[in-house]
Ligand binder design. Structure first.
Ligand code: HEC
Length: 111
């Protein structure tokens, strides 16, 4: 018998998921497309590095509304799409860092 418990979840402490896993599990693709290419409900996430660095992208994910306020480019996107980003509050610091780095590298690292 292997001592593997069914109640162990991927989110167990110390297990850091990869960018694609987080993207999928967080439902980002509903609004931003399978590969971050964007669709009718959300803008493209390709070439985010033109607008963000790791720090500002992390800040955006934690509190989109605060980053959008006063940023004319983001305000225009907010007006263009009917949906709105919700804060990403469910990732630990390590996953947030992995995820931000992966997002900034799109589309090269899409899969
Ligand atoms: C309900 C639809 C929806 C979901 C789900 C969603 N987003 Fe968004 N996202 C948007 C919209 C709409 C915008 C444009 C700004 C606004 O209106 O909030 C946006 C903007 C963004 C931006 C800024 C793009 C730019 O050009 O600056 C990033 C980065 C982003 N989303 C990442 C994500 C990630 C990562 C996830 C998953 C954790 C996610 N989004 C989930 C709708 C969504």
């Amino acid at each position: 018998m292997l001592g593997v418990s069914c109640s162990k979840r991927a989110s167990v402490e110390g297990v850091v998921r990869t960018g694609p896993e987080i993207y999928k599990a967080s439902g980002c693709k509903t609004c931003h497309g399978d590969m971050g290419q964007g669709n009718r409900t959300g803008p493209s996430l390709l070439e985010l590095d033109k607008h963000f660095d790791g720090k500002s992208l992390t800040a955006f994910l934690l509190d989109p509304a605060a980053s959008i306020a006063g940023n004319s480019r983001l305000e225009a996107l907010d007006n263009e799409y009917r949906s709105t980003m919700k804060p990403v509050t469910y990732l630990n610091a390590e996953e947030l860092e992995v995820f931000s780095k992966w997002l900034l590298a799109l589309p090269q690292a899409a899969q």
